[in-house]
Design a protein around this ligand. Sequence first.
Ligand SMILES: Cc1cc2nc3c(=O)[nH]c(=O)nc-3n(C[C@H](O)[C@H](O)[C@H](O)COP(=O)(O)OP(=O)(O)OC[C@H]3O[C@@H](n4cnc5c(N)ncnc54)[C@H](O)[C@@H]3O)c2cc1C
Length: 345
Amino acid sequence: MDYDVIIIGSGPAGCSAAHFLADSGLKIAMIERLDRDGFVKYHKICGGGVGEKAFADLPLKDDEIRNRIEGIGLSFPDGKHISIRSKGYIIDRPKFLDRIRKECIDKGVRIMKDSVIDVFEKDGEYTVTGVSGLWHSCKYIIGADGVYSVVRRSLFNSSPKECIPVTEYIVREDPPGDLEFTVGPKYRGGYGWRFPCGGDLCTGAVNHREEMECISKGSRFIPTGGVGDIVKGNAMLIGDSAAMANPISYGGLRTAILSGRMAAKAVIDGNPEELAKWWKGEKYSDPRFMELHRYISELTEEDYNKLSAPLRYKNFWLDGFIACLTHPKNGWIYFGCLFAFRHGW
Ligand SMILES: Cc1cc2nc3c(=O)[nH]c(=O)nc-3n(C[C@H](O)[C@H](O)[C@H](O)COP(=O)(O)OP(=O)(O)OC[C@H]3O[C@@H](n4cnc5c(N)ncnc54)[C@H](O)[C@@H]3O)c2cc1C
């Protein structure tokens, strides 16, 4: 066997897994399809907004933080605006990933450039084949290869419940102080966002095409709602390959980083099922969030206005509490959204 563990993909999920495995004494390889320029370009397409809890065990360096965030603003179609205190960052994602990759190489993790096209298992050994024609074998395989995961397609034969189209623009305009979201029927359960990403404004839309003049633009899909099983034998899926993004805020960085850590722990403990158990207990694997996602995807302008009617104090908690008391039938919507924006970015 060539390696104890092979990680496919070196995005936030793969890098997190490699980081937490690097000191384990196991022989680790990470395979990434993109060269340096392609990697930076791909990973730059991201709002970069992440709640501070994601970095509890994997601290950011100062130069990887574009902005510190103290709160979130949410605007409704009728102009109502509410605020929620929630700390986090806008990160410089390519810089953060670059540093983790370098640290992993220094600790003996082998990073190879290849695009994996197939993975198969025979007698408890996994064989990974790339377009280069090279193949490698391993005991544990971690699929961190994003929305179109080859590991998932080869070994799990499953797909994400839903893939949400997202377009991002970098615009030279005065950015807001914190994260600003606008909801409404045109986003069909998604939102428009304005993030302060350093000197520039990072803006975009989830579930909506919005053209605007910009310095740069990027579009991709965010998978959400899970994929069913994420562990099969010694094969594991993490991050977007397992569609772990929050079904309401669509933030996927936090779960990508956390799932990487949990996969590493499961390998070190010799028990991949630990990863499945963790995901089952994670709030955003709860199918009720997907139910809420579908429900808000159908809301009309009138529905939004009805929902925003009890929100008077511009404070998410106070407004949410009063709204739940006065409109108990909508309590699950207020509570689910409040929870998702408070904890899930
Ligand atoms: C426009 C946009 C804005 C976003 N903004 C935010 C935000 O502000 N906050 C937030 O929390 N989330 C955000 N997200 C979601 C977030 O980017 C993803 O959830 C997160 O990147 C998932 O990380 P990952 O490592 O699982 O997958 P990815 O980031 O997709 O990384 C996968 C890696 O695997 C590599 N790879 C793929 N296939 C192969 C292969 N066959 N062989 C080898 N390597 C392979 C890829 O090149 C890539 O490097 C945004 C997404 C988009 C599209």
